[in-house]
Ligand binder design. Structure first.
Ligand code: ADP
Ligand code: MG
Length: 374
């Protein structure tokens, strides 16, 4: 098993009129042995390029990639002891499932008996023993993806790389394969790097998440730290569904307390603890961030109506999800989503209801640097 290190890694492509395109910029990361690291970010942010540089499928423009401390920049892919699983499965259509899985080992001149042992074992782990004689076209998408994963497993590589392996599957199969890959990681105890644009896959699968934007790492941390303490506005808005509410406003100080007041006469006013980092922003423009689940409807007549951090808003849309309801609100200045365990009626649409924000779960961002203040 293996440690993977990226040191000041850049990837530039020649662009139009001699202008270079930087796909990956100063990427620094140390992935420890047996970690499951997820690269997540919107399409085009450089996830695949980074993965392909680790695999050796893409030349590194600047910087170093190390496996177990050895620089591999100039080592060809087949000698890096890495196996990659792609979104489109990349199976050989004219070969059986068995041969698809065996092929890589045959190329490397493994003994027949060893190949058979490994293929049968991988097929057992993935539950595809009964398909070993079939061609890929006679398999469902989920089964094909299992074959592609099986082909990686038989290699017993130091590092597994996955590039959006579940994107071509329907929603239900995606959820199933997601848990299977997580189990596979626990079973194989291998180092895995997994690329996705899907924030739910990132949150649920990764031991650590690397959030990327425009080729630049925005934050690296555990899923819950990224969720609860996003480094900047981009990370705050990218992870979480529905996304974090972000409101422009101003920070005001009065009687030792600090208040956020929504811009443009909006109804939201939140009293924040006078945490020292916020105090420096009193009198300045800030952005308030709070997740939908930190904003709940206050039942009519409840005593908390008059208390802190309540606001009135018109209900635009009600989305009953079963265990909870999403209220889409209009505060006068912003649209806000509340995610409440309360059940709602369609007749709530158009009404003014009272909502309350949990101030201890609210964040402030600097609108210029976009960094989180508190
Ligand atoms: P992701 O996998 O996050 O969707 P990619 O790593 O595929 O993103 O691409 C990152 C950026 O690099 C994109 O802007 C893309 O257009 C650019 N890019 C990728 N491959 C090439 C190439 N061969 N030539 C020029 N630009 C490329
Ligand atoms: Mg990609």
């Amino acid at each position: 098993m293996a440690k993977v290190t990226l040191k000041n890694v850049y990837k530039t492509y020649p662009g139009e009129r001699g202008k270079e395109v930087t796909a990956v910029e100063d990427f620094n990361l140390e992935i420890t042995d047996r970690e499951f690291v997820v690269f997540v970010g919107p399409s085009g942010c450089g996830k695949s390029t980074t993965l392909r540089m680790i695999a050796g499928l893409e030349e590194i423009s600047k910087g170093d990639v190390l496996i177990d401390g050895n620089k591999v920049n100039d080592i060809p892919p087949k000698n890096r002891d890495i196996a990659m699983v792609f979104q489109n499965y990349a199976l050989y259509p004219h070969m059986s499932v068995y041969d698809n899985m065996a092929f890589g080992l045959e190329l490397r001149k493994y003994p027949k008996a060893e190949i058979k042992k490994r293929v049968l074992e991988a097929a057992g782990i993935l539950g595809i023993e009964q398909f070993l004689d079939r061609r890929p076209k006679a398999l469902s998408g989920g089964q094909r993806q299992r074959v592609a994963v099986g082909r990686a497993i038989v290699r017993q590589p130091k590092v597994f790389l996955f590039d959006e392996p579940l994107s071509n599957l329907d929603a239900k199969m995606r959820v199933q394969m997601r848990t299977e890959i997580t189990k596979l990681h626990q079973r194989l105890q291998a180092t895995m790097i997994y690329v996705t644009h899907d924030q739910i896959e990132a949150m649920t699968m990764g031991t650590r998440i690397v959030v990327m934007k425009d080729g630049v790492i925005q934050q690296v941390d555990s899923p819950l730290t990224i969720y609860n303490e996003p480094a900047n506005l981009f990370v705050a808005g990218f992870l979480g569904s529905p996304p974090m509410n972000l409101l422009n406003g101003k920070l005001e100080g009065a009687n030792g307390a600090v208040f956020f007041r929504e811009a443009r006469g909006g109804a939201i006013e939140v009293r924040l603890d006078s945490r020292s980092s916020a105090a420096a922003y009193v009198g300045k423009e800030v952005i308030l961030g709070f997740r939908p689940e930190s904003c709940d409807v206050v039942p009519a007549g409840a005593s908390s109506v008059e208390s802190d951090n309540c606001f009135q808003a018109r209900v635009d849309i009600v989305e009953p999800m079963g265990p909870e309801t999403y209220f889409h609100l209009q505060t006068g200045a912003h649209s806000v989503v509340s995610r409440s365990p309360a059940s709602a009626q369609q007749s709530d649409v158009g009404r003014q209801l009272t909502f309350q924000i949990r101030a201890d779960a609210a964040h402030l961002f600097d609108p210029v640097t976009t960094h989180r203040i508190v």
